[in-house]
Design a protein around this ligand. Structure first.
Ligand code: HEM
Length: 233
């Protein structure tokens, strides 16, 4: 891939990653979202699905580039795609807090417009017992939240200058947690569906293949001959 093509390809990747969000705005504008049987539920599932799919796409980059040195340029997209996974996971969390949990958005806005700056916080205190109960009672919320915290840590430490400050090895070790975030996200999915529902299977199989690729590569790299030819991680 010629270096001068990378900026154009980056624009394409940005557009592709933003497409689900733009589609959601389009659905909101033309009324399709309101016509869903349960719009809030639809939004929660839509953003959750895209967070997982983009996270899986991000995890695919490393095994792909290891196929050949010619694919080394793919690494230039890893941070960007990872940040989009975080973006959709954060949107998902916002939808959970501000819609799923019953936050009264119109009252919070009306309060702000009337000059009551504390109204959004007051509304948050109203729903806090529901969120608190969810965090302590529902396992799938706990693991989803843990997945989001990991993605947050990776997003915050993703800039180059933080990588330099942490040292390459430490940074790499921390960023391997992206696999743990993927595992947590799949467990979150399994724990929230009813027993017997197999919807999370496809995502789990893809994650399993990617983890297996990672393990096989690590084993292969340990062989004395292979160590010399291994593409640097
Ligand atoms: C930040 C904490 C999180 C909370 C509070 C949360 C909450 C939820 C809730 C309430 C649902 C719907 C459950 C239902 O239908 O009853 C859901 C679904 C889902 N969440 Fe999360 N989640 C979180 C983090 C994540 C993360 C980090 C990911 C992925 C990276 C994720 C992926 C999903 C998926 C794939 C679904 C199911 C989508 C479907 O059924 O099509 N969630 N989540």
């Amino acid at each position: 891939m010629p270096a001068r093509a990378i900026p154009y390809l980056k624009i394409v990747v940005h557009l592709l990653c933003l497409l689900p969000f733009v589609w959601l705005l389009h659905m909101y504008q033309n009324g399709d979202l309101a016509n869903q049987a349960d719009p809030v539920n639809y939004l929660t599932h839509y953003t959750g699905d895209w967070a997982v799919w983009i996270l899986l796409a991000d995890l695919t980059i490393t095994p792909l580039r290891r196929f050949s040195v010619k694919l080394a340029w793919l690494v230039r997209f890893r941070r960007m795609v990872g940040l989009y996974a975080f973006f959709y996971a954060t949107l998902h969390l916002m939808i959970y807090v501000f819609m799923f949990s019953g936050y009264d958005v119109p009252t919070a806005f009306a309060g702000l417009q009337a000059g009551h700056l504390a109204e959004p916080w007051r509304q948050f205190k109203v729903i806090w017992p529901t969120i608190h109960d969810d965090i302590f009672k529902r396992k799938f919320i706990q693991i989803g939240f843990a997945a989001w915290l990991l993605l947050l840590a990776l997003a915050v430490t993703s800039p180059q200058r933080i990588m330099r400050a942490m040292g390459g090895k430490n940074w790499q070790r921390l960023h391997r947690l992206v696999y743990v975030a993927g595992i947590f996200a799949c467990i979150h999915y399994w724990w929230l569906v009813k027993t017997g529902v197999r919807r999370p299977m496809k995502d789990t199989v893809v994650l399993g293949v990617l983890l297996l690729a990672r393990v096989l590569y690590a084993l292969w790299k340990r062989r004395p001959m292979a160590a010399k030819t291994a593409v640097k991680a």
